[in-house]
Design a binder for this molecule. Sequence first.
Ligand code: 5GP
Ligand code: ZN
Length: 120
Amino acid sequence: MASDCIFCKIIKGEVPSKKVYEDELTYAFHDINPVAPVHILIVPKKHILGIQEMESEDRELVGHMFYVAKEIADSLNLNPDESLKGGYRLVFNVGRDAGQSVFHLHLHLIGGRSMSWPPG
Ligand code: 5GP
Ligand code: ZN
């Protein structure tokens, strides 16, 4: 835990958040500034600065974050149907130039509208 980290404070309940899911390894909550009808952040309870700072021992944890994202997407009926319509986007921004603004690892789950590619 880092005392000056906003996401550590959210995990500890020191800063309020709209919780979506929690287990022993992860905490998920609605983004305060959503870019789509559904915008959820999945964060590890362990304070890791970002994907760039991920270590070998974190591989299972990051895999678990993807599984949690998929389960949340399922529960919100975001998963693509048989014709692959619908769906959602999972994003890690890595570094400031890629759009990372909070330096506690987080996976964006974005959905509820169609999206363009490439991203800006
Ligand atoms: P990044 O830009 O680092 O990839 O994503 C950080 C995300 O955290 C942004 O989408 C931003 O809106 C969100 N965020 C920043 N501070 C807070 C906060 O205090 N509460 C919540 N719920 N989201 C936050
Ligand atoms: Zn943190």
